[in-house]
Write a protein that binds this ligand. Structure first.
Ligand code: AMP
Ligand code: GLY
Length: 426
């Protein structure tokens, strides 16, 4: 099979790495790609915002499957254009990608189909939002409605903080994404990322992970796209997965079909495991980054077979098997992230990492034959182990082998699971 992979981050490098392991793959193309992806795929200079030119490329090169990594092209309708041309694509339609593209849409869906989530109000103006906040009290959560690269959410511990967040939103801090705000109940519990492959009708559970969203050790500092992850997530026991499927994912699949926009692609549920059970924080309509990196390290089955089955509506006949090992990834970021990262510093000794460590590239570039930082999150140093403790030790040995003084990482990825393992071993 000939495959075109869209995207340029660590998530797409992990997908490329796993797709390249498929015996069915004859040729992998990637656009726009990055220097890590270039080890697995031929990079093609395609403007992925120009959907017609992507379709032209697919026809000219007899592409059998397009895999769309990031959310922006999905929300912009790339999958619809390709499908209309008869090109097989893994990724939701524009209408189905509203599950990620509009928080308000998802909240309405939850209300209509009885899906547990935080109580909320949706507002197109500051005055009404602020009145609602004063009525509800703090802590309370304020979110820009649209896509804001994970930065549109304020978990406010005081009413003043929440009011300031509403004012910033309507003052244009998140551009068009902040034209509406969602104000919601603060939920307490442990967070987990839960993934399903979906084909419009069937949802196949596809792994769990725990992300680390804050930039600093001990969950301090601003939110980021994710500074590290491990899989599986200990809170997602078989019972909790079954409950999440029954109470959250399956009603979502039925609801989307009923609304005329069946969901096909990856459904990524951000969950809060509360005292009352799993509640939906938000949906994403693509793999998590860096959660995908740890899932790919644990997946035993052929990713290409599974994504093709999802694209063809054949998941009812599929299963996914996982290695028992834990996987853990540490994000190396450029100084300045999640603000303005410093670009251009050289990264050395990537080949010095211990055996078994995979270094996925995110924001890297080649300049005159040298590998340099070219984004906020730059590398994902990923390892497996019999326990999270082992995977963590191996991943940080990888981090320490890399020579990049201008980079930084959190030193406590997996710490909660490591502590659990220590207590249960004692
Ligand atoms: P989101 O971009 O919606 O995933 O939100 C970013 C982070 O904010 C989440 O990972 C949670 O840690 C936190 N968060 C979002 N919504 C809530 C909520 N209703 N209650 C508590 N924390 C939340
Ligand atoms: N790591 C969280 C995300 O991909 O949205």
């Amino acid at each position: 099979m000939k495959v075109l992979l869209i995207g340029s981050g660590g998530r797409e490098h992990a997908l490329a790495w796993k797709l390249a392991a498929s015996p069915l793959l004859t040729k992998l193309y990637a656009a726009p790609g990055n220097p890590g992806i270039a080890r697995e795929a031929e990079i093609v200079a395609l403007d992925t915002d120009d959907h017609a030119s992507v379709a032209d490329f697919c026809r000219a090169n007899s592409i059998d499957l397009v895999v769309v990594g990031p959310e922006a092209p999905l929300v912009a309708g790339l999958a619809d254009v390709l499908r209309a041309e008869g090109i097989r694509v893994f990724g939701p339609s524009k209408a189905a990608a509203r599950l990620e593209g509009s928080k308000g849409f998802t909240k309405e869906l939850c209300a209509r189909f009885g899906i547990p989530t935080a109580a909320f109000g949706r507002f197109a103006g500051a005055a009404a939002a602020i009145a609602y906040i004063r009525e509800q009290g703090a802590p309370i959560v304020v979110k820009a409605d649209g896509l804001a690269a994970g930065k549109g959410v304020t978990v406010a511990m005081t009413i003043e903080e929440a009011v300031a967040a509403v004012e910033a939103c309507f003052a244009g801090a998140f551009g068009g994404a902040g034209a509406e705000v969602v104000v919601e109940e603060f939920m307490e519990g442990e967070e987990a990322s839960f993934f399903c492959l979906c084909d419009g009708t069937t949802a196949l559970p596809f792994g769990t992970a725990q992300d680390h969203k804050r930039v600093g050790d001990g969950d301090t500092g601003p939110n980021t796209g994710g500074m590290g992850a491990y899989s599986p997530a200990p809170v997602m026991s078989a019972d909790m997965v079954a409950r999440t499927m029954r109470e959250i994912v399956e009603p979502t699949m039925r609801g989307m079909a009923e609304l005329g926009s069946p969901f096909a692609g990856v459904l990524f549920a951000g969950l809060m495991i509360t005292a009352d059970g799993p509640k939906l924080i938000e949906y994403n309509t693509r793999f998590g980054d860096p959660e995908c990196q740890v899932l790919m390290m644990r997946l035993k089955d052929d990713l290409l077979v599974l994504l093709t089955a999802a694209a063809d509506g054949q998941l009812a006949h599929s299963s996914a098997r996982w290695r028992d090992d834990a996987a853990l990834t540490v994000v190396l970021a450029a100084r300045g992230y999640p603000g303005t990262p410093q670009k251009g510093s050289e990264i050395r000794k990537l080949d010095g990492v211990p055996d078994g460590v995979e270094v996925f590239h995110a924001g890297t570039a080649l300049r005159d034959g040298r590998l340099v930082a070219n984004g906020g999150r730059v590398l994902n140093v990923t390892a497996t182990g019999k326990t999270v403790t082992e995977a963590q030790a191996c991943a940080y040995a990888g981090v320490d082998a890399i020579d990049w003084p201008e980079g930084f990482c959190r030193r406590d990825i997996g710490a909660r699971a490591v502590e659990r393992e220590r207590v249960s071993a004692a």
